[in-house]
Write a protein that binds this ligand. Structure first.
Ligand code: NAD
Length: 264
């Protein structure tokens, strides 16, 4: 879609490396003509994000660790200084202790519950609040969620509870920001092998299970999530807000899974 995003500027938060969903989104937006800013979490990831930013001619907007809200403030100040106004924000950030992304949900600790909710849920609201102040009317805000918010998935545990709260946040934020024409949506992506996903127990098996049972008989790529994000971040979806859009090869539509994944 060359030209679809001409004249639009925004920030993509959550690129860790070239396997990140946020990177798939950054590429799709850039190809469509958007001007992009990226954030990174800490010096180690900065080294990975820098060459990716160069590839797209993206602005390095700053270190961002959402547990320290002064870093979120700093990012939006630097965006305001650079561009004045922005048109879109992508939030592709989540974290939970990997020791609790296996076994039983009931064993979740209070500390990790609170940290998971802070990083994976509250941060989206904190980002939306700051984005609203410098966003043009008609802007678009997007986050990433997973089917484990709706149904129990093995090992997803506290992250499923967090994603349910994140999806509820999408609806509340859609109302709050809607009067200015700012839209708030989520993509519920099927499983993709990324850094964050490698913390989830039996992830390879989950990928295979999806491959065998999704209507499209395969998993999705970060490029496919990127293309759907392009729709939600562009004016093509100007009538869409408060929505959780599944990009999962149709997996969520299946009631009775028919085929077991072979042993791997
Ligand atoms: P990823 O590891 O590439 O990205 C996760 C990002 O979260 C990283 O860039 C990391 O720096 C950032 N992050 C974690 N804690 C942070 C903090 N305190 N402050 C700032 N940033 C922080 O993995 P991904 O799979 O691309 O994850 C992106 C989003 O997509 C997440 O919300 C994830 O839950 C969601 N998602 C992933 C899948 C999947 O199967 N990979 C499926 C559905 C949804």
């Amino acid at each position: 879609a060359p030209g679809l995003m001409n004249g639009k500027r925004g920030v993509i938060m959550g690129v860790a490396n070239n396997r990140s969903i946020a990177w798939g989104i950054a590429k799709a937006l850039s190809e469509a003509g958007a001007e992009i800013a990226l954030t990174w979490q800490g010096d180690a990831l900065k080294k990975r994000v820098e060459p990716l930013a160069q590839e797209l001619g993206a602005f390095m907007a700053g270190h961002c660790d959402v547990t320290d809200l002064s870093t979120v403030d700093a990012v939006f100040s630097s965006l305001e200084e650079k561009w004045g106004r922005i048109d879109f924000v992508v939030h592709a950030i989540a974290f939970s202790d990997k020791d609790e992304l296996t076994g039983r949900y009931v064993d979740t600790s209070r500390d990790n519950f609170a940290r998971t909710m802070d990083i994976s849920v509250y941060s989206f609201t904190a980002v939306a609040a700051r984005a609203e102040r410098i966003m043009n009317d008609g802007g678009s805000v997007l986050t990433l969620t997973y089917y484990g918010a709706e149904k129990v998935m093995p090992h997803y545990n506290v992250m499923g509870v967090a994603k349910a709260a994140l999806e509820a946040s999408v609806r509340y934020l859609a109302v709050d920001l809607g009067s200015r024409g700012i839209r708030v949506n989520a993509i519920s992506a099927g499983p993709i092998k990324t850094l964050a996903a490698s913390g989830i127990g039996d992830f390879r098996y989950i990928l295979k299970w999806n491959e065998y049972n999704a209507p499209l008989k395969r998993t999705v790529s970060i490029e496919e999530v990127g293309n759907s994000a392009l729709y939600l971040l562009s004016d093509l979806s100007s009538g869409v807000t408060g929505e959780v859009h599944h990009v999962d090869s149709g997996y969520h539509t299946i009631g009775m899974k028919a085929v077991d994944a072979p042993d791997i």
